[in-house]
Design a protein around this ligand. Structure first.
Ligand SMILES: Cc1cc2nc3c(=O)[nH]c(=O)nc-3n(C[C@H](O)[C@H](O)[C@H](O)COP(=O)(O)OP(=O)(O)OC[C@H]3O[C@@H](n4cnc5c(N)ncnc54)[C@H](O)[C@@H]3O)c2cc1C
Length: 346
């Protein structure tokens, strides 16, 4: 099936049963995406001509009106006819080769009760090219994979650093906490994702993290510092308790060193004592309270799906143009979501 890009002479082909996004990636096009499960909405596009269907996961990130209108989620949409689509490419990630490689765990550090930092060393002669904010997939048996954001900007050490939160009942994260030891090898595919800094403009930037969603934001902030950024940066980090802000001291140090950076930690389950020292509530609500009009901002956010969902709806309602909202949603892996959807259907 032929797929045309609106306003361009470029086109690519989808094979039978192939999603539009998979076909585009195979053709070397850099469309935005994040969860690859139909949940987050990063890959939303306009279908100007033709039609699609959803034989895999449903496009849960689309509203009913969007589904019956001309919007599609390209990570799940399979063409039913020749298509013409409109979507903005993320040029920065185009041309960076996607690779599979074995990496060695060279450090495993407990950052807080339920988060560990893994430092992964790629082979010396094969350093990985990636952009700040991108993620890698750990490749597991039976074709399963788990996504983890790279928490350090390129050239910030020789390793790829991950912040892994323990998930109750989680296959891979329990293995990381209980069994994985320094010296072990992991097979990864990287770099992935389009949650990368967009250059240009002098608008202030809001960066909002939830839990380990801090990992890609940390990499982006390291990069912005490297390039001598002068734009105002408002960093919000949401967690349940102060002890979950596992790099709070680093954020405070950045704030002290960089006059254009303001750091606001927000606790969703703040104790009475914590309420004296921290903002309490949901992190996206704190952003909206401080900036009820978001029309002059760029916003980057990453973390748990409910936070991303709330941000998507409420930030755009507060005047933020959809094309200046960039995010990575830490959804469960496609195989787990598919199993959950099957279980829900009964
Ligand atoms: C782009 C992206 C970046 C990410 N970055 C990070 C990061 O930097 N740090 C981080 O900590 N996480 C990150 N994640 C989340 C991460 O990829 C994993 O989803 C998470 O760590 C859980 O993996 P797991 O194998 O431990 O759990 P899974 O085995 O995937 O299980 C997840 C949950 O689902 C339940 N479950 C599993 N299978 C079923 C089933 N068949 N039926 C019912 N319930 C089931 C489990 O009990 C568990 O509660 C990211 C996700 C994405 C998409």
């Amino acid at each position: 099936m032929k797929i045309h890009l609106a306003g361009s002479t470029r086109a690519f082909d989808a094979e039978s049963g192939e999603t539009v996004l998979a076909a585009a990636r195979r053709a070397g096009l850099a469309f935005p995406y994040s969860c690859l499960s139909g949940n987050c909405g990063s890959c939303k596009a306009d279908i100007l001509d033709g039609s699609v269907h959803y034989p895999y996961n449903p496009p849960s990130a689309l509203s009913k009106a969007e589904q019956s209108g001309d919007k599609a989620l390209l990570c799940q949409a399979v063409p039913l006819s020749e298509l013409t689509i409109a979507i903005r490419e993320v040029e920065a990630v185009a041309g960076i080769p996607l690779r599979q490689l074995a990496v060695k765990v060279v450090a495993k550090n407990r950052l807080c009760d339920d988060v560990v930092e893994l430092k992964l060393m790629p082979p010396k002669r094969e350093p990985l090219k990636y952009l700040p904010g991108q993620y890698l997939d750990v490749l597991l048996p039976e074709g399963k994979r788990r996504a983890f954001s790279i928490a350090n900007a390129p050239r910030h050490g020789d390793t790829l650093d991950l912040h892994v939160r323990r998930v109750t009942g989680g296959g891979f994260t329990q293995y990381v906490f209980d069994e994985l030891s320094v010296g072990a090898l992991l097979r990864i595919e990287a770099p992935l994702g389009t949650f990368v800094p967009r250059e240009g403009g002098d608008r202030p930037i809001i960066l909002m993290a939830g839990g380990t969603g801090f990992a890609p934001i940390k990499a982006i902030l390291e990069y912005l510092r490297d390039i001598g950024n002068e734009r105002a940066l408002h960093l919000y980090w949401g967690a349940r308790h102060a002890s979950d802000l596992y790099l709070d001291a680093l954020c405070r140090q950045w704030q002290a060193e960089q006059p254009q950076l303001r750091y606001t930690p927000v606790l969703s389950e703040a104790s009475t004592l914590e309420r004296h020292q921290y903002r309490a509530g949901h992190v996206h609500e704190a952003v909206l309270k401080d900036f009820p009009d978001l029309s002059r901002f760029d916003v980057y956010m990453s973390g748990p799906p409910p936070m991303i969902d709330a941000g998507r709806k409420q930030f755009t309602a507060a005047g933020l143009p959809e094309d200046r909202l960039y995010y990575d949603s830490f959804d469960y892996a496609p195989d787990v979501l598919a199993a959950l959807i099957r279980a829900r259907k009964g």
